[in-house]
Design a protein around this ligand. Structure first.
Ligand SMILES: N[C@@H](CCC(=O)N[C@@H](CS)C(=O)NCC(=O)O)C(=O)O
Length: 344
């Protein structure tokens, strides 16, 4: 070997050794969360299936479960979450100002938001697309028939911009009416102010089933006019917290791939000999320490909310009022787009 390369290689080797042995340094957000004893999670004011309070103020939904899983992983208790309702306009400034530790609020990951707001998107927890809800009585069965229609939507969303793009690209002029509050926007629609309502189709399913005076009087049109990959996000500047909020939801997807459920996790913790399962249930390699957590971080998260498939089923799938098909949100080896990064 050329002698001049030897010292450089030695430095590289020792750097790599250090990198693999070094413990993670807990970031400021994790310290604050531990001191406070709760995770502050920015959510919506109420979108069925994603984040909505019941009459007693108990929150549920797919985004809510992401925050509960993080709380279980870092604080050992899925209940230690403070939910902060934010409308579409308020959500980003609240995260920037440090009013929440995580924004888990049906938020679409796109270039502008990723590159200009000072955030890191973490793991996509729902692949969505924008659509239209219309009353059956107007006899519209395709978005192509919306020429000249008045369309209600909420400001501060991708939806507002997508409908303008779609209208231009398709040569279908429409009149968009935007509202700052979600409630005001859908109430106006159900009162007949607009011929169509547009937002992410998952939210349209919630609107139709939970808010419509009579769900059977409304249909969701077949066209999807955009891609809406929804993901929780965190502020930049704390790589350790970013890693936690990236790896916890990822572990819930990996748990589904590995066949670990809320019901079988304790049995697998006792008896599994499969290294992939062992890492997730806390009996294999200790990956928690690399995140500034303990060995049972993912065990607690899965035990608290279930694997991704269970979360989907309960909140938006067959066990919910939304009854959304698994579609793109199925695992990659079952025809969907979910592909967990290896937890190893
Ligand atoms: N995914 C889209 C839309 C998200 C969004 O804010 N949707 C509205 C309409 S469903 C909402 O959640 N409103 C609830 C609220 O403001 O509390 C985005 O990130 O802009």
């Amino acid at each position: 070997m050329n002698k001049t390369f030897r010292p450089a290689l030695a430095v590289l080797a020792s750097t790599l050794a250090l990198a693999s042995a070094a413990p993670a340094f807990a970031g400021k957000v994790l310290d604050t969360v531990k001191q406070r004893g709760s995770v502050k999670c920015g959510v919506t004011n109420g979108v069925a299936g994603f984040s909505a309070p019941d009459t007693q103020g108990n929150w549920s939904g797919l985004d809510v479960d992401t925050c509960r899983a993080v709380a279980a992983a870092v604080l050992g208790d899925a209940k230690k979450v403070e939910f902060v309702p934010l409308n579409s306009q308020q959500r980003f400034s609240a995260l920037q100002a440090g009013e929440v530790d995580i924004l888990a609020r049906n938020t679409t990951w796109n270039l502008t938001r990723d590159a200009s707001l000072g955030f890191h998107f973490t793991t996509i927890n729902y692949y969505d697309g924008q659509g239209f809800l219309v009353p059956k009585k107007i006899k519209v069965t395709s978005a192509k028939q919306l020429k000249g229609a008045t369309i209600c939507t909420q400001s501060g969303t991708t939806n507002e911009k997508n409908v303008a793009d779609w209208s231009k690209a398709q040569g279908i002029p429409v009149k968009t009416v935007v509202f700052e509050s979600f409630e005001a926007s859908f109430k106006a629609f159900f009162a007949g102010r607009c011929q169509a309502f547009t937002t992410d189709t998952s939210a349209l399913a919630g609107l139709r089933n939970k808010e419509a005076p009579n769900p059977d009087d409304y249909i969701i049109l077949p066209e999807l006019i955009s891609k809406e990959p929804l993901a929780p996000l965190v502020r930049r500047g704390d790589d350790e917290w970013f890693a936690i909020v990236k790896w916890v939801p990822n572990a819930l997807i990996e748990a589904e791939e590995a066949g670990i459920t809320q019901a079988n996790i304790d049995e697998l913790k006792r008896s599994s000999k499969d290294p992939a399962q062992q890492r997730l249930v806390g009996t294999g390699d200790d990956l928690g320490k690399l995140l500034g957590l303990d060995k049972d971080w993912s065990y607690r998260a899965i035990k608290a909310v279930g694997n991704y498939g269970e979360i989907f089923e309960r909140n938006v799938g067959p066990k919910s009022v939304l009854k959304l098909p698994r579609g793109a949100n199925n695992l990659w080896n079952k025809g969907g787009l979910l592909y967990a990064l290896p937890v190893r």
